[in-house]
Design a binder for this molecule. Structure first.
Ligand code: XMP
Length: 524
């Protein structure tokens, strides 16, 4: 087996800020807030070695919050060389406590945990707090979440502010350009937080703020064009926003060198195959649409175990994809819609628009393909903005996430054509009613599940014994945790009555009110 080789190590050009993540609940949020200021930024593990960070030539470094206590023996630390490099540093929460602890200040356990809305008394508005002087000397309202407090700032630091419980709630060593703040400027509950970040980025660190989705898009197109030589690139198009935007972007770079493969496994939502194929053909992409419905259904016959279903579908997908790629010939690249949270989660943060990879069931290695991942530096909302910029329709941009194994994991028990038809119709009603109520962007996902339970009903004086359909709608920001959506009862009522009236053989509709954890979003 050959390992797919890395092609290029390009990443967004120009100035960048590094966020060192110490396990913050809000680590990615800091990065997003910085990007909202049109400053490109990346997240690296908190203990990243100085050489690695400095090689990226950051204009500034932000130390995030985190759950540890700096005085615990194995608490994560920042490489001290980063504090001596002359690069402006902003420590937030745990990040500030690290500055204090590592530079000779004093951190102790607070008398009580300071959590939530807190009054901050700022005594120095020279730079970090510039423009934030409150009228009439009122304290600034900020959002706190910490148990430890900085009792004494290190030598060389001025105290910029305090709270009732934190004698040092903000501090600065201007000579070394080191700044610390105990509260969280990145959250909406600190209403002046973005002004403070702007002060740090533009006034203190001298950033220009010239990173935009438009400039990113242009650069990626140019990079992909420069890195890819002869041969074809292929992309598995699912209709999901990530693969759709990745394909469109690469198409701009490579034109007809890119061929998209759309596998209709018969497990899609209503009208989805036609919509996806139509959209991309209209946009001029070369697209192979494979009708593989029969072969998937056949392989799924009698299979009830969810993990087996997933495995079968994954394998069959690769098989179909490989067959089609073989027909295209001279395929050398695989386009994937990997996004930045995946990169952060895998802990690599490695630099590449195009790199080797080990997913898609080992496909890149087996076929000796190089990987093109044009979205690996972007957050989901940025991916959507790129998509809009490239002219993708809103129906694709705002589509809810959909599992690869599709409706097969929304039919509990063995999958049959009849059951797929039922769940597809029910799902279409859920989607339609949620959209009609204007709620589709408020919920993360909303769908129907066909349970393997039957229940007694009554219709036109006749006893019925039909299927039970479960409706699931959740709110979430990243699918890691989710809560059931508090849909208005009128919407739920309409969904239930339409499903029971319009979908044959359904006698009951229930609403799933499980949070994740302990439940998952999908039922299987
Ligand atoms: P769970 O059910 O684990 O789902 O809470 C979390 C998110 O992932 C989606 N999901 C999948 N996506 N292939 C995918 O591409 C899969 O096999 C798969 N399983 C679940 C799910 O819809 C939710 O958004």
């Amino acid at each position: 087996m050959t390992t797919a080789a890395s092609l290029a190590t390009t990443k967004p050009a120009g100035e960048r800020v590094i966020v060192l993540d110490f396990g913050a609940q809000y680590g990615q949020l800091i990065a997003r807030r910085i990007r909202e200021q049109q400053v490109y930024c990346e997240v690296l593990p908190g203990d990243a070695p100085a050489d690695k960070v400095l090689a990226l030539e950051p204009k500034a470094i932000v130390l995030s919050g985190g759950p540890a206590s700096v005085y615990e023996p194995d608490a994560p630390r920042v490489d001290p060389r980063l504090l001596e490099a002359g690069i402006p540093v902003l420590g937030i929460c745990y990040g500030m406590q690290l500055l204090a602890a590592q530079l000779g200040g004093k951190v102790r356990k607070g008398a009580k945990r300071e959590y939530g809305r807190t009054e901050l008394y700022v005594s120095d508005f020279a730079d970090l707090f510039r423009g934030l002087e409150p009228q009439g000397g009122e304290p600034l309202i900020c959002w706190m979440s910490h148990g430890d407090v900085v009792e004494a700032a290190p030598p060389g630091f001025d105290v910029l502010g305090r709270t009732d419980d934190s004698p040092v709630a903000a501090m600065a060593d201007r000579r070394r350009k080191l700044f610390g703040i105990q509260c969280h400027p990145e959250v909406a509950h600190t209403p002046w937080g973005s002004q403070l970040l702007r002060n740090f980025l533009f006034d203190i660190a001298g950033c220009q703020g010239d990173w935009t989705i438009g400039s990113f898009t242009e650069q990626v197109i140019a990079d992909v064009r420069a890195a890819v030589g002869e041969g074809k690139a292929i992309c598995a198009l699912s209709g999901g926003v990530d693969s759709a935007v990745a394909a469109t972007l690469v198409h701009r770079a490579l034109g007809s060198q890119l061929v998209c493969i759309f596998v209709d496994h018969g497990l899609m939502r209503k009208d989805e195959p036609e919509q996806v194929v139509g959209t991309f053909r209209r946009m001029g992409l070369e697209l192979v649409a494979v009708d593989a419905r029969e072969r998937f259904l056949k392989r799924l016959e009698g299979v009830a175990d969810p993990e087996r279903k997933r495995k079968i579908i994954g394998e069959e997908f690769i098989r179909v994809f490989e067959e089609e790629a073989g027909k295209i010939g001279d395929v050398r690249y695989l386009v994937q819609g990997t996004v930045y949270p995946d990169v952060i989660e895998s802990g690599t943060g490695r630099a590449a628009v195009i790199k080797s990879h080990h997913n898609v069931g080992g496909l890149p290695e087996r076929m000796n393909l190089k990987l093109i991942e044009p979205l690996r530096w972007l957050f989901k909302d940025e991916v959507r903005r790129v998509g809009l910029e490239l002219g993708l329709p809103e129906s694709i941009i705002w589509r809810h996430p959909f599992p690869g194994p599709g409706l097969a994991v929304r039919v509990i028990g063995p999958v049959t054509q009849d059951k797929l038809d039922i769940v597809r119709e029910a799902d279409a009603i859920v989607t339609e009613e949620i959209r009609r109520a204007g709620l589709d962007r408020d919920v993360w996902q909303a769908f129907a599940v066909l349970t393997d339970t039957r229940s007694v009903g009554v219709m036109g004086d006749q006893r019925t014994y039909g299927h039970v359909v479960a409706v699931r709608a959740v709110t979430s920001t990243d699918a890691m945790t989710a809560d059931w959506a508090r849909l208005p009862s009128e919407v739920l009522e309409r969904i239930a009555s339409r499903i029971m009236n319009e979908v044959p053989d359904v006698s009951r509709v229930v609403y799933d009110i499980s949070a994740k954890p302990p439940a998952t979003i999908e039922w299987e």
